[in-house]
Design a protein around this ligand. Structure first.
Ligand code: SF4
Length: 109
């Protein structure tokens, strides 16, 4: 199952990392929540495939280390989600459906 597109209604914010809002629950190292709001990455699904980061036309994503997470020990942080042009490439390319993009969520953190 992929990222919940209604996570902003179903989850509570749990702080910020690298300037990005995190939606809980968060219990490191196994549970890391969803990172980002306009561009959201479910860290508990992400397998660090990297296609989103390599192909995003405006370089929204940055690698971060997530040691001991069961799916992968690096993740993509949407550090420049404010630059997103809503092309949906990352949503379509992610092999595990870990990303959701919704401009309507922007600023609603
Ligand atoms: S929707 Fe397009 S511009 Fe926005 S983060 Fe994904 S690949 Fe980048």
């Amino acid at each position: 199952m992929g990222i919940d597109p209604n996570f902003d209604k179903n989850r509570e914010t749990a702080g910020e990392e690298n300037g990005v809002t995190v939606w809980g629950p968060v219990e490191p190292p196994e549970t890391l929540g969803i990172h980002g709001t306009h561009v959201a990455v479910d860290y508990d699904i992400c397998v660090a495939d990297g296609a989103c980061l390599e192909n995003c036309p405006v370089d929204v994503f940055t690698w971060v280390d997530t040691p001991d997470h069961p799916e992968s020990e690096t993740k993509v942080e949407p550090t420049r989600e404010d630059q997103c042009i809503d092309c949906m490439l990352c949503v379509d390319i992610c092999p595990v459906d870990a990303i959701d993009v919704d401009p309507g969520r922007a600023g609603r953190t």
